[in-house]
Design a binder for this molecule. Structure first.
Ligand code: FAD
Length: 316
């Protein structure tokens, strides 16, 4: 079922979460062990991230180094199929522009259509780790906007080289939004302008980058509504669980901790103390979002299902 249908069929805020495919070599059982405890909160869908290749240098044994392309977390599509099969709920694969030509994108979408996947989160992807600037693959989409346009055309039966009006896809298309602005955007206004273009091109729902200050989400939603973005805007939140997160999350995701949170985190000396602060903050954030009737709360688990469960227990 489409995310938009799940939302319109639900009287209350929906619980959902996002998982990462396991590192190469790890089994899917580890993933199930993280999902199982969250099933009691009845998520109607689970997002599965997509991880592109990165470059590593391997010793050749003769003093030379060889540049090799490595994908550490493959398996997004297979995991979606496994989730749909095991839990009988929807799985939402993330699909990125980076590393895909338009032909490869089309083939990936055809695979998803055959699998019965109804929703796809369409993203540009970050620059490859060793590069400063995002570079599209040859013949690939440069922005999420272009990917959404390609998906929208497929939804109308227009494939890259064929028109098959009898067999269009019917994807519900998700896109990313940034309550604190995307880090490359010149300012909030240009970022919102491009978000509006993504919506006009066919996006059906927005999932936000994580944020720790609900006022930033509420202000973002207000600005979106003012420029005519009327689709659901799903807030994404992340429990802080380790001392490492204190510097990693702001650096990697370009988000700020509000003073009340940073003051509490500054006092923490152990991971357990951080986990407690993160749990209390997450509960308060989720409660306020739910009280404001957000359609869904999307939890970034990043492999920390237990912390998400602690928050969900107090809120759902
Ligand atoms: P875009 O919407 O293309 O925007 C990128 C930048 O370009 C922005 O600064 C925007 O303002 C600007 N821009 C947009 N359109 C245009 C245009 N037409 N002309 C000029 N400028 C433009 N990454 C992954 O690799 N895998 C994942 O699974 C993944 N999941 C994510 C899930 C969510 C909910 C979010 C919020 C992010 C996720 N990301 C993921 C990260 C995402 O890929 C990065 O944030 C990436 O840098 C931008 O992706 P986007 O889809 O927002 O890009």
């Amino acid at each position: 079922m489409k995310v938009t249908e799940h939302i319109s069929n639900s009287k209350d805020t929906i619980f959902s979460f996002e998982i990462l495919p396991p590192l190469k070599g790890k089994g899917i059982e580890d993933l199930y062990a993280g999902i199982d405890p969250l099933m009691e909160f009845n998520p109607p869908f689970i997002n599965v991230t997509y991880h592109r290749e990165e470059y590593q240098y391997k010793e050749m044994g003769n003093g030379l180094l060889k540049k090799v392309s490595v994908r550490k977390r493959p398996g997004t599509v297979g995991i979606c199929a496994a989730i749909m099969n095991k839990y009988k709920i929807d799985a939402i694969p993330h699909l990125i522009c980076g590393g895909f030509s338009k032909e490869e994108t089309e083939s990936a979408l055809i695979d998803l259509k055959f699998l019965g996947v109804d929703n796809v989160l369409a993203l540009r992807g970050d620059p490859i780790k060793s590069e400063q600037i995002f570079t599209p693959a040859q013949g690939g989409n440069a922005y999420a906007l272009d990917l959404i346009k390609q998906m929208d055309e497929m939804n109308q039966g227009q494939y890259l080289h064929e028109e098959t009006k009898n067999n269009p896809s019917n994807f519900c298309i998700g896109t990313a939004g940034y309550p604190e602005k995307h880090f490359e955007a010149m300012n909030m206004s240009t970022d919102l302008k491009y978000l509006k273009m993504k919506v006009d091109a066919g996006a059906d729902f927005i999932v936000t980058q994580m944020f720790f200050d609900n006022s930033k989400y509420f202000s973002f939603v207000k600005k979106c509504r003012e420029i005519g973005i009327n689709i659901p805007i799903i807030p994404g939140i992340k429990p802080i669980t380790t001392l490492k997160h204190i510097s990693f999350l702001p650096k990697f995701f370009h988000v700020d901790f509000p003073d009340a949170l940073s003051n509490e985190l500054s006092k923490c000396k152990t991971n357990d103390q951080v986990k407690q602060v993160g749990k209390e903050w997450g509960i308060n954030q989720a409660k306020e979002l739910k009280d404001n009737n957000v359609p869904v709360i999307h939890f970034y688990t990043m492999g920390k299902g237990e912390s998400v469960k602690n928050i969900a227990k107090a809120v759902f």
